[in-house]
Design a protein around this ligand. Structure first.
Ligand SMILES: C[S@@+](CC[C@H](N)C(=O)[O-])C[C@H]1O[C@@H](n2cnc3c(N)ncnc32)[C@H](O)[C@@H]1O
Length: 268
């Protein structure tokens, strides 16, 4: 295939990815797209990128695009990633809830393979033994393949780095080299497929939203749009946690107040 034709095909695929997911991959990411699409091209026996593009633009596009998005998403995550958010959860959110007896709705938006919502559930259960009746964790992602992994709740021992021996013993069953999260944790989590670019008016308000390391791949305009929707979904007095390299722009600060590193509280 001629180099410019190939470039045009990748450019068109980048547009399809952005339209479907918000993930914005410029010209400099062509090699990344190439490597991540190899499996899909092999699956369809495509000899070149143009023939894969014709699938994405043909009458089977609706079937292929979710696989494309799944191949492109970066799913890196970890248990208790960015620990300072869990400290706020423990000390400033769960402790008052323990006293008041109120219920709590938590959303892990862009939950990947489930380590984030499981860490939230562990933190809740450690602080509030009756969490299962009072706390509901909604965990969502655009990528159906990664959600299926999350629903299994099974992790290779190499993925359990941030969990100490006590937590592993208390909350997981072990079939070496794997650990599976216990039912009393998984029953607190409801997994749902959700594209943050689209409307999420069907979701309730949340006292706590974790949306971390998801929007870094989006254009500034899409980020602003989604931060705004997430702020509107945060209950008054509730918290919104973002990833270590993400910031909610000053122009959106009317309803929220920064509370330390990458943590915001809805104050209006
Ligand atoms: C790097 S992981 C972050 C996981 C976790 N929040 C953390 O911080 O460890 C980013 C996740 O965002 C998801 N994602 C990307 N675009 C999305 C979209 N438009 N809507 C919902 N989730 C999306 C990806 O599928 C991926 O699982």
């Amino acid at each position: 295939m001629e180099a410019t034709a190939e470039k045009l095909a990748y450019r068109r695929i980048s547009e399809i990815i952005k339209e479907a997911s918000g993930i914005s991959l410029g010209e400099s990411k062509i090699d990344l797209i190439k490597s991540r699409l190899l499996k899909r091209m092999l699956h369809h026996s495509c000899e070149n990128i143009d023939s894969y593009l014709s699938i994405l633009e043909g009458n089977k596009a609706n079937q292929e695009i979710p696989h494309l998005i799944s191949a492109i998403t970066t799913n890196y995550t970890n248990f208790f990633r960015e620990e300072h958010h869990f400290k706020i959860l423990r000390e400033q959110i769960l402790a008052p809830i323990a006293r008041s007896g109120n219920p709590l709705n938590i959303w892990s938006a862009g939950c990947s393979s489930g380590q984030e919502p499981i860490s939230i559930a562990i933190e809740c259960l450690n602080t509030l033994p009756d969490s299962a009746t009072r706390i509901k964790i909604t965990a969502s992602d655009i990528d159906t393949d990664i959600l299926n992994r999350a629903k299994l709740g099974t992790f290779h021992e190499s993925e359990t780095g941030n969990l100490n021996a006590n937590l592993l013993k208390k909350h997981f069953s072990s079939t070496p080299p794997h650990y599976t999260v216990n039912h009393n944790i998984s029953r607190m989590i409801e997994y749902r497929q959700k594209n943050l670019l689209l409307d999420f008016r069907d979701l309730p308000e949340f006292e706590v939203i974790f949306c971390r390391n998801v929007l870094i791949y989006f254009t500034p305009e899409d980020q602003v749009n989604i931060w705004q929707k997430l702020i509107n979904k945060t209950a008054l007095g509730g918290w919104l946690f973002v990833g270590h390299s993400e910031r909610i722009p000053d122009t959106l600060r009317g309803k929220i107040t920064p509370q330390g590193h990458t943590s915001y509280q809805r104050t209006q």
